[in-house]
Design a binder for this molecule. Structure first.
Ligand code: PSV
Ligand code: MN
Ligand code: MN
Length: 426
């Protein structure tokens, strides 16, 4: 099942007068504020966020999983789903695979399907947090940090396999998220677990092709509830430095203790040229993986302010690899991803509105009130017509959720795939 650009254009026509009215009102007022509207439209058009292959099915909790009808049952179907998202939003131009959940059987066929959906392969994710059916040993007590050298080597080899597979597909980076840690005080020697992790990561780093990057993700707790080996950005940063210049820290928004100042972490890493990857989601309590912008949109905006500043001013930092890392228990996963993409674009557009020179001057003058005015004027601007215009310029949908519903995409997926579908994933 595929939707076509001309169907989207037809749907856009119904609302185009309304959109043009709203857009011209907004752009006129922005021009009065000396905002370069076409520069922002270009930035929004270019911004692409990878979709992880595990986000296309309904997620679950440890208490249960309620599957969503018409879920993709294969990698091919997942790519088709992301193709639909990309066509509707012009913002989902790549996929981030999770191995072994998504091992392609036929590499060139998969590359073809990705190409026909205009998708690239972004970072590949390894998985040493679950035992695989054919495994003779267990990751129960850790993988890259395991006290047993044989298990560590198994985990290292898995990562190297993932790199090989990713390389064949055209990926250029590996994301390592480790569940390693301990549940009880005394269970693990902190220093040796960290040292072994460092050695294992160095081993993987050395095995990567020279044009590859390594992203090291951190998380304070879960699945381990007493300690996690790579618990925070500082630990990840230290490990990245120990590996080399193509190793970076990956920030996942949900991987912070409540009230952590994530925007400051972003700024620190970018200043050091070490922010490599970024996972978007939102949360109220922990690693909730909720829809981006659904709980703390102002925090997302403040984070984007630092990302924009860093992208413009910190040339030592490569453009981070963007990815949505969310799961959907009660929503149609595709609709949910559309909402996440919209929230990302809105926060990005708002951050692009900030006059960085004016803000710098107000900071120099210690005009605290003006600093806040500048930020909040940007945040309180309804930028949605800008985001819609950027989509329209790229033949995507003005209103992607509406278009998705009008085209009855889920209905056709169900007709094609059935109601009792189970997608692999978190
Ligand atoms: C687990 O917390 C997690 O959500 C991490 O954020 C990883 O990025 C993802 O799983 C995939 O391994
Ligand atoms: Mn993540
Ligand atoms: Mn997570």
């Amino acid at each position: 099942m595929r939707i076509h650009q001309n169907q989207i254009s037809e749907i856009n026509k119904q609302k185009s007068d309304e959109h043009h009215r709203e857009f011209s009102f907004l752009s006129n007022s922005l021009i009065k504020r000396e905002v370069d509207v076409s520069w922002i439209l270009q930035k929004l058009s270019d911004f692409q966020v990878a979709i992880p292959s595990w986000a296309l099915g309904a997620g679950g909790t440890r208490f249960g999983r309620f599957s969503y009808a018409g879920e993709p049952a294969s990698l091919e179907e997942k790519l088709d789903d992301i193709g639909i998202l990309h066509l509707l939003t012009n913002a989902a131009g790549s996929v981030s695979l999770h191995i072994p959940w998504d091992i392609p059987e036929d590499i060139s066929a998969i590359k073809e399907i990705a190409k026909s959906n205009k998708l690239l392969f972004d970072a590949v994710n390894s998985n040493t947090f679950q035992d695989q059916p054919d495994m003779k040993m267990s990751y129960k007590f850790g993988s890259l940090s395991n006290a047993d050298a044989v298990i560590r080597m198994k985990a290292i080899e898995h990562n190297i396999e993932v790199v090989k597979l990713g390389n064949a597909l055209g990926s250029k980076s590996l994301t390592v998220w480790l569940a390693d840690g301990s549940n009880f005080p005394g269970q693990q020697n902190f220093q040796s677990a960290l040292k072994l992790t460092q050695e294992s990561l160095q081993h993987i780093y050395k095995a990567m092709p020279e044009d590859w990057k390594l992203f090291i993700e951190y998380k304070p707790y879960e699945p381990n509830f007493y300690s996690t080996v790579i618990q925070d950005w500082g630990t990840s940063f230290m490990l990245a430095n120990a590996c080399g210049e193509r190793a970076f820290t990956l920030v996942d928004l949900g991987h912070h203790l409540p009230n952590t100042n994530i925007e400051q972490i972003v700024a620190t890493l970018m200043m050091k040229g070490k922010l490599g990857g970024f996972h978007f989601n939102d949360s109220k309590y922990g690693d909730d993986d909720l829809t981006v912008g659904s709980i703390k949109p102002y925090a997302l905006f403040l984070i984007f302010n630092e990302l924009v500043f860093g992208m413009e001013k910190n040339s030592q930092n490569p453009t981070p690899a963007w990815m949505i890392d969310a799961s959907h228990n009660v929503k149609d996963p595709l609709e949910d991803l559309i909402q996440s993409l919209e929230a990302i674009m809105i926060a990005y557009a708002q951050a692009l509105l900030i006059d960085q020179n004016l803000l710098r001057q107000a900071q120099q003058d210690h005009d605290v009130v003006l600093c806040q005015e500048i930020l909040q004027n940007a945040y309180r601007t309804d930028v949605r017509p800008l985001v819609r215009e950027a989509r329209l310029l790229n033949n995507a949908a003005l209103y992607p959720v509406d278009a998705y519903r009008e085209l009855a995409v889920r209905r056709s997926l169900i007709d094609e795939r059935g109601t009792k579908t189970v997608a692999t994933g978190l």
